[in-house]
Design a protein around this ligand. Structure first.
Ligand code: 5GP
Ligand code: MG
Ligand code: MG
Length: 183
């Protein structure tokens, strides 16, 4: 059944899931919590993971009131050898993280593979503190437990698009989150 609000992205149907109003209300709460937790930190550095987190990071960062820096990195993942497993390379991670308070900003933590492989690389640079913030998380899909300090919404194992998240490159400009319609 289609209630008329369903949308098509590439070759799949999606239905409204988290409205723009709910997203913005929750992001204001998350920013308030970050204001509180980071209030004593010297110039916390937000590191947003491209591409998916760019919309969330922009709204979250504008809702902060503390002085903070932001930068954007891209994670490229490729299958390593049997012993190295999944290998992640960070593009744009050229700043000095030593003794900094670093806040990773993700769109969604799904299997946890990406952050599981990437967080140790950050720890290697000896930040003073490392916090992880994700708009969404899918606990049922977790393969690796990843420490997510603050998340916006916990969702079931469904495929979502919008608000920065894509399907085949499309859907990132949708102002709300939509979930795939499974018939
Ligand atoms: P991981 O499985 O490594 O935790 O997630 C890696 C990335 O896959 C996420 O940061 C996100 O970019 C993408 N991803 C995971 N689940 C979804 C989803 O439901 N929709 C979209 N559009 N991307 C997802
Ligand atoms: Mg991502
Ligand atoms: Mg994607």
């Amino acid at each position: 059944m289609d209630n008329g609000q369903g949308i098509q992205v590439h070759d799949k149907r999606f239905e409204p899931y988290i409205s723009a109003e709910r997203l913005h209300a929750r992001i204001r709460e998350m920013a308030a919590e970050l204001d509180k937790r980071l209030g004593a930190a010297d110039r916390p550095l937000f590191l947003a993971i491209l591409n998916g987190a760019f919309v969330f990071a922009a709204d979250l960062f504008r809702a902060l009131t503390i002085p903070a820096e932001i930068s954007f990195i891209k994670l490229v993942s490729y299958k390593g050898t049997r012993s190295t497993g999944q290998v992640i390379t960070a593009i744009g991670l050229d700043m000095d993280l030593f003794d900094r308070t670093v806040v990773i900003v993700e769109d969604i933590v799904d299997t946890g593979n990406t952050l599981h492989a990437f967080l140790p690389q950050l720890e290697h640079r000896h930040p003073r503190a490392l916090l992880t913030v994700s708009l969404l998380m899918k606990p049922d899909a977790a393969v690796h437990p990843v420490p997510v300090d603050i998340y916006g919404f916990s969702i079931p194992n469904v495929f979502v698009v919008g608000y920065g998240l894509d399907y085949d490159g499309l859907g990132r400009n949708l102002p709300a989150i939509y979930r795939e319609t499974v018939s």
